[in-house]
Design a protein around this ligand. Sequence first.
Ligand code: CP
Length: 310
Amino acid sequence: NKHLLSINDLTREDITQILDTAVQMHEVQHRDIKKLPTLRGRTVVNFFFEDSTRTRGSFELAEKWLSADSLNMAGKGSSLSKGESLRDTVMNLQAMGVDGFVIRHMASGAQQQIASWVSGVVINAGDGTHEHPTQALLDAYTMRRELGDLDGRHVVICGDLRHSRVFRSNVLCLAKLGATVTVVAPPTLMPDGIRTWAERDGFTWSYDFDAAIPQADVVMMLRVQKERMSGGFFPTPREYIAGFGLTPRRLELMRDDALICHPGPMNRGLEISSDAADGARSVILDQVSGGVAVRMSVLYHLLAGEGETA
Ligand code: CP
C-alpha cells in the first residue's frame, strides 16, 4: 500500500507485519540512544487541522527516532486562513520536498482527497468521524502485548459511537485479527444504520453495558465528544454515567484479568471513573507508549526505501 487512509487498506497479514515491526521499534524506545537511521533523508509534514496531544506527539517522536526531517503545521497559522485552498496548500508543501503527509482533518474523507493530489505518502491521523487507523493499530498492539493472539478474544467498546472514528477503525481492525466485538452506546449516540453495519462487519451491538461487561477480555471506553454535538448532549451526564460510565460498581462486573483501554483524551468522571483509569487493569498509558512504536512501524513500512532495514 502506498497510503494508510483506512484499516480497509490493510490485510490481516499487513496488520500483523506492522504489529511485529512495532515490537522491534518498542525496543528502540527503551534504549538510551533512540535514533535509527532508517528514514534519513526523508521529510514528513505533520499537518493537524484539529487539536491533538497523543497522535501528534507520537508521530513527531517516531519521525525523530527514525531520523526523518519533520515539519509541524496546524490549520490555524497556515495561509489557509488567508483563503488559500487545501489543494494549493498541500501542493506547496510537496513542492518544498515533503515525502510524507501525516494529516488530521475535521472532514471525513479529506485525506482521501489529498492522496489523490499529492505524489507523496498520506497517513490518516484522524478524519472527522470516519477513521483513525493508527489508533486502532496501537490498540491492537497493546491488547496483543497483554493477551497474545487476539483470535477469539472479546472486546467490548462503549461510548459515543456516533462521533467516533476510533470505533470505526477498531471494529475493522479487530475483525481482521479474529476478535469478537460488542459495541455499546445509548440510543442517541448509536450511529445510524448500526444494524446493517454490524451485519456487514461482523460485530454485535447493544444498549446494555452491564450485560456486556462480564464477557469482555478488554473494555474499551470512548470519549463523549461534546464538541461534535451541536444540538447539545443527551442523555444528561448523570444519566450517561448511570447507563454507560465505567464506574467503580461496573469494575466489579469485569473479569479480574480483563483490560481497560481508552484512546484519550478522557472525560474523567463521565465515561470513565478515576478508579478505572488509574487502576491495575488499565493499560491506557501503555496504549500511548505503544503508539510511538506503532507509528514508527507505519512510517517505516510506508516511507523506508528499498534496502533499508529496521
Ligand atoms: N487518541 C487520540 O487521537 O488522541 P489525540 O487527539 O490527543 O491525538
